[in-house]
Design a protein around this ligand. Structure first.
Ligand code: GUN
Length: 296
């Protein structure tokens, strides 16, 4: 039996329509416009394309949006100065520094510099810590999108065996921490697998919910999946180009095999990806309200 597709692109569209209305309401009732700055250092093509997509969406929703491109050889001090400027800018409610940063810049130091109230990525240690104790301000966008997809697809998360493959700070660790919390779309029993895990398949075959953020194209094969599992594929791997130059993307899951075993699965593209950007917008609207003391 073929699995049901969890179409993130469609869910994202619904949430964006809700956000667009909220942005219009905030403008009319409170005279405020959510402001987002995306800072891109260097010319990594994948980062450029992600940042462009974030700016485009912000624009479509009626945000005040600023794209700040900086050269790859920018000093740490200059970048810190830039963040300080946006921390103080009342028109800006969300600050996003696209990762990864060039090697000469200390990523942690940069993330520490962002005002936690404007940290719409949820990467500041204060926000990471709050997530751990169940008091999250801003959830990191990809895990937030994954949880929303689980909820909106009617997946039973409570009591489920959830297995996460990958332990990055951006996806693996935060989604594991979110699923183990008390609350809707959580209360799961969580296992985190990584490059030093002895027998990955042993774990993945037990998963009612399998979340894969390994960064390896088609790493999870059909026979590594429990029949009836819900599979969330976070991978976005460029494996080539069409003759027209379009990117050919593959997930971390061998989709054609997996869809015969799973009960539901996210496609790549059109699954988790569009949700990430949408949740960034949701966080920015929230930041705008918090910073302006708006409660309605
Ligand atoms: N690089 C890959 N994913 C992300 C993300 O969600 N936020 C930022 N800032 N950089 C990223």
């Amino acid at each position: 039996m073929a699995a049901k597709l969890i179409k993130g692109a469609e869910v994202a569209k619904e949430i964006r329509a809700e956000l667009k209305e909220e942005v219009a309401r905030l403008k009319e009732k409170h005279g405020v416009v959510p402001g987002l700055v995306t800072i891109l250092v260097g010319e990594n093509p994948a980062s450029q394309s992600y940042v462009r997509a974030k700016q485009k969406t912000a624009h479509e929703l009626g945000f005040y949006s600023v794209q700040d491109d900086q050269p790859a050889d920018i000093s740490e001090e200059t970048l810190l100065g830039l963040i300080d400027k946006y921390n103080k800018d009342p028109k800006i409610h969300g600050i996003l520094v696209q990762l990864p940063l060039p090697k000469h810049i200390n990523e942690t130091k940069i993330l520490y510099a962002i005002d936690p109230d404007k940290d719409v990525d949820g990467f500041h240690p204060v926000n990471v810590g709050k997530l751990m104790i169940g008091e999250a301000n801003y959830l990191p966008c990809t895990p937030f999108g994954i949880q929303e997809l689980l909820i909106r697809s009617g997946t039973q998360v409570e009591g489920a065996e959830a297995v996460v493959v990958g332990r990055s700070n951006i996806v693996g660790k935060p989604i594991a921490m979110m699923l183990v919390q008390k609350g809707p779309g959580a209360n799961a029993t969580v296992t985190v697998c990584h490059t030093r895990t002895k027998d990955i398949a042993f774990h993945t075959k037990r998963a009612d919910i399998l979340i894969v953020a390994a960064g390896v194209p088609e790493y999870i094969k059909g026979d590594m999946i429990k029949p009836g599992a819900v599979v969330i594929d976070v991978g976005v791997n460029e494996v080539g180009r069409t003759p027209e130059g379009k990117r050919i993307l593959k997930g971390d899951v061998a989709f054609d095999e997996a869809k015969e075993v799973a009960s539901a699965i996210t496609p790549v593209p059109g699954g988790v990806g569009p949700m990430t950007i949408t949740m960034l917008m949701k966080n920015t609207v929230k930041a705008c309200k918090v910073l302006n003391n708006i409660n309605d």
